[in-house]
Design a protein. Structure first.
Length: 158
C-alpha cells in the first residue's frame, strides 16, 4: 500500500512503531531495575573504612559533639554491632515517644573512601530502635538487650 505524503502515516505502519517504542521502554525499565538491584547488592558487599558519630539536639542546629573514627577494628565492631541488632518492622520507630526539644539524637555515618554507605540514627532516651539506611533502603533494628550503650560508648562521644 502506498501512502501519499499528504495523507500521513497509515495505521498499519504506525502499529510497528508503537510496538518498537513500547519494547524500548520495557527494555529501559528492565535495565533500570537491573542497575538498581546491582547497586543494592554491590553496596551490601562494601565494608566501611571510617565512621563519623555525631550528637545533635532534636530541635536542630549543628552537632554539639562529633567524633571521626578510622581505627579498622572499632569501625568493624560498630558496624557489626548495629547491623547484628534484630530487624523489626520499620513502623516500630513510630512507637517511640515523641522527643523533647533537648533530647539528644545520635547519628552514625559509615563511609568507604569518603562515600556514605550506611547511616544509622537513634534517639537518646525512650526508644531502642535504630533507623538504619543502606543503599537508600531504610531498615529498623531494635536493641532489646542494651547493645546501644556499648555502641555509644565505643563511639567515644563526650
Amino acid at each position: 500500500m502506498l501512502v501519499r505524503p499528504s495523507e500521513g502515516i497509515s495505521p498499519a505502519l504506525a502499529r510497528p512503531r508503537r510496538r518498537s517504542r513500547a519494547r524500548r521502554l520495557i527494555l529501559a525499565g528492565v535495565a533500570l531495575v537491573i542497575l538498581l538491584a546491582s547497586f543494592e547488592i554491590g553496596i551490601r558487599q562494601v565494608s566501611p573504612d571510617a565512621v563519623q558519630v555525631s550528637a545533635y539536639t532534636v530541635d536542630g542546629g549543628p552537632p554539639f559533639a562529633t567524633h571521626d573514627i578510622t581505627d579498622a577494628r572499632i569501625v568493624a565492631d560498630l558496624y557489626t554491632r548495629i547491623n547484628d541488632l534484630p530487624i523489626v518492622w520499620y513502623s516500630a520507630i513510630n512507637r517511640c515517644p515523641a522527643p523533647q526539644s533537648n533530647t539528644v539524637y545520635y547519628h552514625v555515618d559509615f563511609t568507604r573512601a569518603g562515600v556514605l554507605i550506611e547511616g544509622a540514627a537513634l534517639v537518646e532516651k525512650g526508644c531502642s530502635v535504630w533507623d538504619v539506611v543502606r543503599g537508600g533502603i531504610p531498615v529498623a533494628h531494635n536493641d532489646p538487650n542494651g547493645q546501644t550503650q556499648v555502641i555509644l560508648s565505643e563511639a567515644q562521644l563526650p
